[in-house]
Design a protein around this ligand. Structure first.
Ligand code: CTP
Length: 216
């Protein structure tokens, strides 16, 4: 299948790490697996793929940019955003980061530190500002009801929101499978079955091919 030939796509994957000191960080449980599968499937269908990730990338025919923090992810993605047909934001990006990243290791002897946080850049919002023509896919990792995800699909300016309950059996961080629900900004909700992350990736690109055909 070569149905993505001529498409330029950017995929984010993994969880960002926000430094507290040179040794410690604030992070999250994202494994990068879902984003990796999305990048691999797109490349196998002929797209020109850039994978921006905090994790070990798969072996595939695409460009890889390693990043660590939300700020690095923002800079990398925003620079490339204007040139993309599709941007898939599968990464779990920090919402907050320490105001100060200490240059030397904090010592136990100094007692428990108070770590003040500030908002991290909203990568998705910056993408939408920079490229109104691209198809933008957001992800929403929820814990329980997907009600909040429906609101996100409407408020974030995405074309598609892929929501999943990370507490559900077989879904979530590090698993090989995922049960996602596709939410469109018009409120349409389509729960997909529990399938491999590779299969979710494949179905997602099928959906994006359909969406793009509707736009042309
Ligand atoms: N995202 C982003 N930049 C951030 C945080 C999140 O670009 N600093 C993106 C994620 O990559 C994802 C989407 O925004 O595609 C939704 O992330 P989520 O954490 O569910 O959204 P929030 O608005 O942060 O919602 P919550 O209230 O659950 O924290």
């Amino acid at each position: 299948m070569n149905d993505l030939a001529g498409w330029t796509v950017l995929v984010t994957a993994g969880g960002t790490r926000e430094p507290i000191d040179p040794v410690r960080y604030i992070g999250n449980r994202s494994s990068g697996r879902m984003g990796n599968e999305i990048a691999v499937d797109a490349a196998s269908r002929g797209a020109q793929v850039t994978l921006v990730t905090t994790m070990t990338p798969p072996d595939f025919a695409g460009e890889v940019v390693d990043v660590e923090t939300a700020a690095e992810m923002a800079e990398t993605v925003w620079e490339r955003a204007p040139h993309q047909d599709v941007i898939v934001m599968a990464a779990a990006v920090a919402d907050f980061r320490p105001v100060v990243a200490h240059s030397t290791k904090l010592s136990r002897a100094d007692g428990p530190p108070v770590i003040e946080l500030e908002p991290a850049p909203d990568v998705l919002a910056g993408v939408i500002e920079r490229n109104q023509g691209a198809i933008v896919v957001g992800f929403a990792a929820e814990t329980g009801s997907l009600e909040r995800a429906v609101a996100k699909a409407q408020s974030k300016g995405v074309d598609v929101l892929v929501a999943n309950d990370v507490l559900a059996t077989g879904s979530g961080f590090g698993t090989a499978t995922n049960q996602v629900t596709i939410i469109m900004p018009d409120g349409t909700i389509d729960p997909w079955p529990l399938v491999s992350k590779a299969e979710v990736a494949h179905r997602l690109w099928d959906l994006l091919v359909e969406l793009r055909a509707q736009q042309d």
